[in-house]
Ligand binder design. Structure first.
Ligand SMILES: [Zn+2]
Length: 206
């Protein structure tokens, strides 16, 4: 196999696949590699997003590859990378809480200063404690927001009232979604029918 083909195959195996539970509710997003392993172990079936038909690994191998850029090739087979898989046994909805991380805070606040509403690059934004740490404010979803350099300097070690600043919206723990930690560009259009919140999210941020 030529090096370029190896690289391309690795890339496809690392792309995202939506995982549905037995009741067709999205539970998380995995890689094509892991999804294919689950299907191979018969823990999941591949879903055709258009027809909603489901396939075992052996059945999927017989399906034509419709999108050349999503083809997984090996010396012996050529199959389409699954966009959606359905778990055969798992019927629960995970009750994960969105972990409080710097990255997730940037996603929650959409790279926007929560004081002046300016959208900035990461270098121009910092994590601001609404109630300053020096006043007993903790590092949590409810007390941290993104602030631009200017607003951060203006607020300094003061409370909102003292600094005469207002928040665009109250900081809250974001609702967990299967797309947490996934950039919009990594999501597949075909997932929208299984996950209405994906549409709502893009509608609310546009
Ligand atoms: Zn600002």
């Amino acid at each position: 196999m030529r090096p370029t083909e190896t690289a391309r195959r690795t890339d496809i195996l690392d792309r995202a696949t939506l995982v549905l539970n037995r009741s067709w509710r999205p539970v998380h997003v995995t890689t094509v590699r892991r999804a294919l392993c689950m299907v191979f172990r018969e823990a999941a079936r591949i879903v055709c997003p258009e027809s909603l038909s489901t396939y075992t690994f052996d059945e999927w191998v017989l399906q034509p590859v419709m999108m050349a850029d999503r083809a997984v090739r090996s010396p012996s087979i050529r199959i389409q990378a699954p966009e959606v898989v359905l778990l055969v046994h798992y019927d629960r909805i995970p009750c994960h809480e969105a972990p409080f991380t710097r990255r997730n805070l940037f996603l929650r606040d959409d790279f926007t200063c929560q004081y002046c509403g300016r959208r900035c690059s990461t270098d121009h934004l910092s994590v601001d404690h609404v109630l300053p740490r020096s006043r007993g404010g903790n590092t949590s979803w409810e007390n941290c927001v993104l602030a631009c350099v200017g607003c951060n300097a203006r607020k300094a070690d003061r409370t909102l009232k003292e600094a005469g600043l207002h928040l665009l919206r109250p900081p809250v723990r974001p609702r967990w979604t299967p797309y947490l930690n996934l950039r919009p560009s990594q999501r597949m259009d075909s997932w929208a029918r299984f996950a209405p919140e994906q549409k709502r999210r893009s509608a609310s941020t546009s």
